[in-house]
Design a protein around this ligand. Structure first.
Ligand SMILES: Cc1cc2nc3c(=O)[nH]c(=O)nc-3n(C[C@H](O)[C@H](O)[C@H](O)COP(=O)(O)O)c2cc1C
Length: 369
């Protein structure tokens, strides 16, 4: 059996394999509420064969959405819709769902990709975002309001409330979004945090907010489920967050009782070159965090083929892989990966006649000839 298709335990959650569908914003919600698009998107990915499907960045507060049509989990209506979505999907398949709880900080109130770039003005449904200071991401982004202690406390409470709602919805995993230049990353990166209080300056002060949220959510999220954080391996520039910082943060998160980290990179400041088209370009960050902390670690970013994913795990560089674009490209990715690695894949019975062992056309379909 391949490592990719061997089970893994994340805290109290046992996954049938080591493949996660990575969070992907769909920009298709209405006032934070899930729509028919989310039923087809998450339902289709639940049939991918992955061990867990993690929702898009799901905001814990209205002002924490990246774009007005982002998904949210701050109201009873949001909770009821996501509860029925999970119930519906689980009526035909048992793939567990995770939710990525997020707050976009100073990168909030921006246009969804197909509506242009930059700030959405209040007249068009935008708002004043919050950040560690009043410095914007760049000149096209909205001017944020600097968070005071009351605001920090309010956001901590919003993460806790959203986690409680996620549990009630039937999610089995919470991933706290601590990367890509959103609020938690904005606090811990020296590039975006120029505060002079207990939340700025030293490494200990900059990671304080992320650790507080991890601790708060750990206190309410069941041990029988999984809790992790997506963190940054590097800001990719002089004076920014480093792989060594990521190791220190991951060790602190492990001490707080988190069950895993997913190591990604970039996004906290503009005009920084990232080698984002190179296969597995973020794997070295995951490998370092895993080797130096021992916390179960997911790698993400330009992981495309089954053999590439298997090699990452077999060489001990990560415990799991998360895939985003490869899953959009092929929403049966993990079923096909199992066949490529000689493993059994759990096809839904309705689709079984398209499996390699029943369909003579299977290998031609994969080779593209
Ligand atoms: C359409 C799309 C939406 C994304 N939205 C999110 C998101 O909500 N949260 C997040 O942490 N990353 C998000 N990402 C980043 C992916 O989760 C992933 O880290 C990145 O695409 C690299 O992985 P890949 O090479 O497998 O696509 C998004 C990526 C795509 C393509």
């Amino acid at each position: 059996m391949s490592l990719l298709f061997s089970p893994i335990q994340l805290g109290g959650l046992r996954l049938r394999n080591r493949i996660a569908v990575s969070p992907m914003c769909q920009y298709s919600a209405v006032d934070g509420a899930a729509q028919p698009w989310h039923w087809q998107h998450l339902g289709s990915l639940a049939l991918s064969g992955a061990g867990v499907v993690i929702t898009e960045a799901t905001s814990v507060a209205s002002e924490g959405r990246i774009s007005p049509p982002d998904l949210g989990l701050w109201s009873d209506e949001h909770q009821a819709l996501l509860t029925s979505l999970i119930e519906d999907v689980h009526s035909y398949c048992d793939t567990p769902f995770g939710v990525q709880l997020a707050h976009a900080g100073r990168k909030a109130s921006t246009a969804r990709p197909w509506d242009g770039v930059g700030a959405v003005a209040p007249a068009n449904g935008g708002w004043t975002p919050v950040g560690p200071t009043d410095e914007p991401f760049d000149e096209t982004y909205p001017l944020p309001a600097a968070l005071d202690l009351e605001g920090i406390t309010r956001i901590r409470a919003a993460f806790v409330k959203a986690a409680e709602r996620a549990d009630a919805c039937g999610f089995d995993l919470v991933e706290l979004h601590g990367a890509h230049g959103y609020l938690l990353h904005e606090f811990y990166s020296p590039l975006s945090n120029h505060r002079a209080d207990d939340y700025g300056g030293s490494f200990e002060n900059r990671v304080r907010f992320a650790l507080e949220i991890a601790r708060d959510v750990r206190a309410v999220w069941p041990r029988s489920k999984a809790l992790g954080m997506r963190i940054t391996g590097s800001d990719w520039t002089e004076g920014g967050w480093t792989p060594e910082d990521a190791v220190r943060l991951a060790a602190l998160l492990k001490a707080e009782g988190l069950d895993y980290v997913c190591v990604t990179s970039g996004g906290v400041a503009p005009k920084i070159r990232i080698p984002g088209s190179e296969p597995g370009y973020q794997v070295p960050f995951a490998a370092k965090v895993k080797a130096e902390t021992g916390i179960p670690t997911m790698s993400v970013g330009m992981i495309v083929t089954a053999h590439q994913a298997e090699e990452i795990l077999a060489s001990g560089k990560a415990d799991m892989v998360a895939l985003a674009r490869a899953m959009l490209d092929d929403p049966r990715w993990a079923l096909h990966a199992a066949a490529a690695l000689g493993d059994e894949a759990a096809y839904p019975p309705q689709y079984e006649r398209a499996a390699a062992k029943y369909w003579p056309g299977y290998s031609r379909a994969r080779s593209g000839d």
